[in-house]
Ligand binder design. Structure first.
Ligand SMILES: Cc1cc2nc3c(=O)[nH]c(=O)nc-3n(C[C@H](O)[C@H](O)[C@H](O)COP(=O)(O)O)c2cc1C
Length: 445
């Protein structure tokens, strides 16, 4: 087959017996190559990228905007963004190209040209959400025009998507986790598919706070959508350093503290301990007047206690939730698929966990909550809002359909209109209020 790379064969003496391990290893290599070439053929990815998982140096840096456009080319934009009215579900999204997923989860890409017309600016029909009151308060002091945000790490730095659709239709965007210095991220493989979700172990690949501020300030200022900076670190000082660097960056309206990253050593440390989470919150609050949102981890022994501690320490809002720890094993190689072994599970698989945590946390705190975990359409978003969230983030769904966040905005607008509500705010916590009328019972198997 023409696309198959020539393989270097290791000559071995015929009398040397191969161990079972070696035989398995070699069999796996063959299968991996077959899978890689198959992926390349299916997704149009470079053989080198597909086979090694590394960026193909010969092809230069990834251009996410181009890849995303390719990924949705052939998709009828109207069809893609129009939810099935009966179910509220988006039409079945196509699988995006593997390159686009990897690049969106990473950061390295050129800025878009601001002169290009966006998909929606070419349309003259009024926006579905026009005239509908979707305004919410995503955190104390953070009023947004609608409750739909993008989730950190799944939307690049936001600017790339501006080539694909009008990102100013979103409530806000959250950038990729930002650390004080540049991080190359974790070893390959960093993404593995699972039923109804993905496992990732990107490892906070980012160019560092100063570079992010310098490179994206101008573009963020022109996006027409507020930017929330996702802050990550290993010590209280790290969080403070990032916020100090980002202060004054155009477009930035708030900070989301990622005290819950499962993919770096010690990343969940702060989010698992109420005292430590409070320390980080207090230190960052002392550094900025902007709203500070703390992102909770479902992997904490007592996530409600962490939420309460953050509120007491001055947090203006909470995001519930980051990814759930998980692992997949390559049964041929008899080892974990991800380079780091474990990773973070996201997508529809974790939605019930995220809704449950949102519901419980909403009973314990009075600051706003942003729900995250498996939102793919308006109906999913409504679950979070009714559980008590004021807003939602759309993450993994964007890999399957880059227009998923817009689908959610439009679906929520339709819901408000069709149900004769004055505003989307009318349904925030609706499930809590209904439940309050019934006796509270604990779950027992
Ligand atoms: C590839 C990938 C990268 C992520 N990177 C970050 C990150 O840098 N910071 C962070 O706080 N959360 C990160 N997350 C977690 C998401 O922001 C979100 O909380 C989680 O995926 C649940 O939402 P979803 O199911 O809609 O994706 C990442 C998730 C994915 C899938």
């Amino acid at each position: 087959m023409p696309w198959r790379r020539p393989r270097k064969r290791v000559e071995r003496a015929s009398d040397v017996k191969r161990s079972e391990e070696e035989a398995l290893e070699q069999k796996a290599e063959h299968e991996e190559e077959d899978q890689a070439t198959e992926l390349a053929a299916l997704d149009g990815a470079s053989i080198v990228e597909a086979a090694t998982g590394e960026r193909d140096q010969d092809r230069g840096p990834g251009d996410l905007a181009t890849k995303l456009r390719d990924a949705v080319s052939g998709l009828d934009l109207d069809e893609a963004s129009a939810p099935d009215v009966a179910s509220g579900r988006a039409s079945r999204p196509r699988r995006p190209k593997r390159e686009a997923v990897e690049a969106a989860a990473s950061y390295e890409r050129p800025l878009p040209s601001t002169s290009g017309a966006s998909a929606s600016s070419l349309s003259f029909s009024p926006l579905v959400e026009a005239g509908v009151d979707l305004q919410i308060e995503a955190a104390r002091g953070l009023r947004l025009k609608n409750p739909v945000l993008t989730a950190s790490g799944t939307f690049g730095q936001g600017v790339e998507y501006a080539e694909l659709f009008d990102v100013s239709r979103l409530g806000a965007i959250v950038n990729k986790g930002t650390t004080p210095s540049a991080r190359p991220g974790n070893p390959q493989y960093r993404i593995a598919e699972t039923p109804s979700g993905i496992l990732n172990s990107i490892g906070l690949e980012n160019p560092g706070a100063a570079a992010v501020s310098k490179k994206y300030a101008k573009a963020w200022a022109e996006l027409g959508v507020p930017v929330i900076v996702n802050v990550a670190g290993y010590s209280v000082a790290d969080y403070v350093t990032v916020v100090r660097e980002m202060e004054g960056t155009s477009g930035v309206v708030a900070y989301e503290l990622n005290v819950s990253c499962p993919n770096v050593e010690g990343g969940m440390h702060f989010g698992c301990d109420p005292g430590l989470a409070a320390d980080v919150t207090r230190a960052v609050k002392a550094e900025t007047d902007k709203p500070v949102i703390v992102k909770l981890t479902p992997n904490a022994p007592d996530v409600v206690a962490v939420a309460r501690a953050c509120e007491e320490a001055g947090a203006d809002g909470l995001t519930a939730i980051n990814t759930v720890l998980g692992m997949r094993i390559d049964t041929t190689k008899r080892k974990p698929i991800l380079g780091t072994g474990s990773g973070g599970l996201s997508g529809p698989a974790i939605r019930p966990i995220a809704v449950h945590i949102t519901y419980r946390v909403a009973q314990a705190v009075s600051i706003p909550i942003v729900g995250a975990g498996g939102v793919t359409c308006a109906e999913d978003a409504l679950e979070f809002l009714m559980a008590g969230a004021s807003a939602v983030q759309v993450g993994t769904a964007t890999f399957a359909d880059p227009l998923a966040p817009i689908t959610v905005v439009e679906g929520l607008a339709r819901y408000v209109r069709e149900n004769g509500l004055a505003s989307i705010r009318d349904i925030i916590g609706a499930a809590q209020r209904k439940r309050a009328k019934e006796p509270e019972t604990e779950y027992r198997e």
